[in-house]
Design a protein around this ligand. Structure first.
Ligand code: F3S
Length: 768
């Protein structure tokens, strides 16, 4: 039976547009070869195509080959990445967003002493960012979830996720929403802006990995253990360019929130996203969270075959997992794919001479803080308490949302955890994203256990030597009572004055038996707020963290023609990822301030002429850092270009990597090859990317050569359909050489360059 639910919400803006999606899917079936069987992932993606004929027509393989132009239904943004996404959105001066969107204040809350004090302190420290986000949300009609409301992915699951929906989120664990049978994809801010401005969002059709689940979870094994085990099989790269689609008799038995945990950590194997066929457990979760109308609409869509794969659909690869044989796992240290079954964990630690004393235990986060998780964890704590035990180490609990916090508090679960020594932190990311002020163990080797999703070095407490082992919240909690990582809660006992104590396997409720309670409603926005165009955007001119983004001017002469003559600033050697172009770490605080963050541009890049890192030379021979040299060019208004190596801009969709060179005046980048997403981002920001036709021509352009394009004018006027643009390279000696390059500009992208940026063009179109 469905437990008592929250009051039924107005679901108008959160119910997927099923009739439209089903109509598009019908069109798709007419375009694809007759009788094509579709996976669920394909159904959801193709139902969101803007033009099925354009993306799928003409025959040939689609998955892994074709680019899909999509129309996402919704956007969610967290407080760190929302800043630049909104600043960019503002440059096109549209009055409101094209799709419903939400902002979630979660990453900037630092865990230190406990929920209330941490929240007050973090709000004070980040006030200008929160004020800016709130003012932008009001102006453009975006739902704004205040600090303390919870973690983006938990709130999305509780409020916005729906079977068959396509959502973009500016955070890598956005796929968490796949727990409700949808496709939720983590992207950079520039992609989010595509959706917000109704620009076609492009995605290379992913391959589809099918994971067939059979059997039933036993004893201590949980959905978390399934994904920890799968991460070990697939490794951190095994899901790249793929959607993981689960199917088989083991799927319907899993709770909706358990599926969300699995989908969340699909990000750890690099998957585009993960999804599951619609199930009764999803229906119950929708009802329990006040979204009965969404469940009713999904039931109808399911009857028409939308929310599961076609019988006989083929996957690019199939992995079968028998849940009955699954053991609890602990993954790490330092990488989420180093999976060790619980039964061999002690020997794994000892063989590698890793610490065996636990220094802290942390549960919750966006990955594992459902009611089910907390209720099962409380069942372990109850047993320990009855045996007179308390947690041996600091035991921190991060509720995923105010809904979870309030409900677990009302039902006594939180009290049980506190009675054995737990500290409940704010409803925010906290220790999961390094927002954990932990003074003990600084610089020392030590081991922590968390129920989070990532365990790269320094991710939690900034200490490179902290080894984070990922496990289910149940295993983390049980081990906290022993304090010894050799302890296996399934088989071992803990000595007590009354004799040895052994845990029985955890148990709990999937949904609160008396329904959820919303808690403090003041954190939540009013649903579907109307835009308030008169709202002033709150950015202080003296801010060091936020800066209004001025639209870039076009690099092209107003009457048309070639790009003005450019100076080659440097030739970048070898691997140059988006991290090399715009470093993260301490620079993240400047994400909303382009002038300040630009001071890190290419600061770890190698200069091919001389081999030094972060060194460039000006025309007079003076050496300086790369960003300082760029600033000199900018100050002289001297157009410049870069020569770069293979796969330039690989790594992520970080839009800062394109924005920053553009900010300093870069007009063109010529590469041996580009990473595709970054190449598109360059075009979006108005920088022309060109590919050497002969890769050996890379070394024919040197710093301070003057470079002019030949034939670009015809490309821009669409009078040439040839992809070739020649470069005339003039050496300081007066020697001249011509080099062939090719462009990959589409008709739309030519307009972006002409307007100065994609957003300028979108703004121009909207004002016409
Ligand atoms: Fe936040 Fe960690 Fe999740 S940073 S969004 S709790 S992965």
């Amino acid at each position: 039976a469905t437990p008592a639910s929250l009051p039924v919400k107005d679901c108008t803006s959160i119910t997927p547009p099923y009739p439209r999606l089903l109509r598009t899917l019908d069109e798709v079936r007419n375009v694809l070869p007759k009788g094509t069987k579709l996976t669920l992932a394909e159904k959801i993606l193709y139902a969101h195509l803007r033009n099925p004929e354009e993306s799928l027509g003409g025959g040939g393989k689609v998955r892994g080959e074709r680019y899909l132009k999509l129309r996402p239904d919704r956007v969610a943004m967290q407080d760190a990445s929302a800043q630049m996404a909104l600043l960019q959105f503002m440059t096109c001066r549209l009055p409101s967003c094209a799709v419903p969107a939400s902002i979630h204040c979660d990453h900037l809350i630092q865990a230190q002493t406990g929920a209330e004090s941490d929240l007050t302190r973090s709000i004070e420290a980040n006030k200008e960012v929160f004020d800016f986000l709130q003012s932008a949300a009001a102006k453009y009609g975006i739902e704004f979830w205040k600090p303390g409301s919870g973690i983006i992915h938990q709130i999305v699951l509780e409020n916005y996720a729906a079977p068959g929906l396509l959502m973009l989120g500016t955070d890598s664990h956005t796929p968490n929403a796949g727990g409700l049978g949808m496709l939720a994809i983590g992207v950079g801010g520039a992609d989010a802006v595509d959706a917000l401005t109704d620009t076609p969002w492009e995605l290379k059709a992913p391959l589809v990995t099918g994971v067939k689940l059979t059997g039933q979870l036993q004893g201590w094994a949980t959905p978390k253990d399934l994904i920890l085990h799968l991460a070990g099989k697939l490794t951190v790269r095994g899901g790249t360019g793929r959607i993981i689609e689960y199917f088989g008799p083991g799927v319907p038995a899993q709770s909706c929130t358990g599926l969300a945990t699995i989908a969340n950590m699909g990000a750890e194997v690099g998957a585009t996203t993960s999804t599951f066929p619609y199930s009764d457990n999803m229906r119950q979760y929708l009802h329990a969270t006040g979204r009965g109308p969404v469940a009713d609409a999904a039931d109808e869509a399911a009857k028409q075959g939308y929310l599961s794969a076609d019988e006989g659909a083929e996957y690019d690869e199939v992995i079968e997992i028998n849940l009955s044989e699954l053991e609890p796992h602990l993954n790490g240290p330092f990488t989420p794919d180093l999976a060790t079954p619980l039964s061999s964990f002690s020997s794994f630690l000892n063989e590698n001479k890793y610490p065996t004393t636990l220094s802290s235990a942390l549960i919750g986060s966006c990955t594992n803080s459902s009611y089910e998780d907390m209720s099962r964890v409380a069942s372990i704590a109850e047993q320990a308490k009855a045996a007179g035990l308390k947690s041996k180490v600091p035991f921190l609990v991060t509720p995923g949302s105010e809904l979870i916090r309030a409900t677990t508090e009302r039902d006594g679960l939180q009290g049980t955890l506190e009675s054995v020594g737990a500290t409940v932190l704010a409803n925010a990311c906290g220790p999961c994203i390094g927002q954990w002020k932990r003074d003990e163990k600084k610089g020392e080797d030590n081991a922590i256990l968390t129920s989070f999703n990532r365990n790269f070095k320094a991710r939690n407490d900034g200490n490179l030597k902290t080894m984070n082992f990922l496990a289910s919240p149940e295993i983390v909690t049980a081990m906290a009572f022993s304090g010894d990582l050799n302890f296996n809660p399934v088989t071992d006992s803990i000595p007590t004055p009354n004799g040895p104590f052994k845990f029985t396997p955890p148990s709990g409720d999937r949904l609160p038996p008396t329904g959820y309670t919303p808690g403090d409603l003041s954190y939540a926005p009013s649903p579907s707020p109307a835009p308030e165009p008169d709202t002033n955007i709150a950015i202080s001119p003296s801010s060091t963290r936020l800066e209004i983004l001025e639209p870039f001017g076009s690099n092209f002469p107003s009457g048309g023609g070639e790009l003005p003559k450019m100076t080659c600033l440097m030739r970048v050697k070898g691997k140059c990822t988006t991290d090399h172009i715009s470093a993260a770490g301490a620079w993240l605080k400047y994400k909303g301030h382009l002038s300040n963050i630009s001071e890190n541009t290419l600061m770890t890049a190698v200069n091919d002429e001389g081999g030094q890192i972060n060194v460039a030379r000006d025309a007079d021979g003076s050496e300086d850092t790369i960003p300082k040299t760029m600033q000199k060019y900018q100050a002289r208004s001297e157009p410049w270009m870069l020569v770069v190596d293979e796969n330039y801009g690989e790594g992520s969709a970080r839009e800062h990597a394109a924005l920053q060179p553009r900010f300093y005046g870069c007009a063109m980048i010529v590469a041996r090859s580009f990473a595709r997403i970054h190449e598109t981002n360059l075009k979006k920001q108005g920088i022309l990317p060109l590919w050497f036709v002969n890769k050996s021509d890379y070394s024919k352009i040197s710093a301070h050569d003057k470079v002019t394009t030949i034939g670009l004018e015809q490309v821009m006027n669409s009078t040439s359909t040839l992809p070739i643009v020649k470069l005339r390279v003039e050496k300081p000696s007066g020697e001249v050489e011509e080099i062939e390059t090719r462009h990959t500009l589409s008709v739309d992208q030519i307009e972006w360059l002409r307007a100065g940026s994609a957003l300028n063009w979108i703004g121009e179109q909207a004002r016409k």
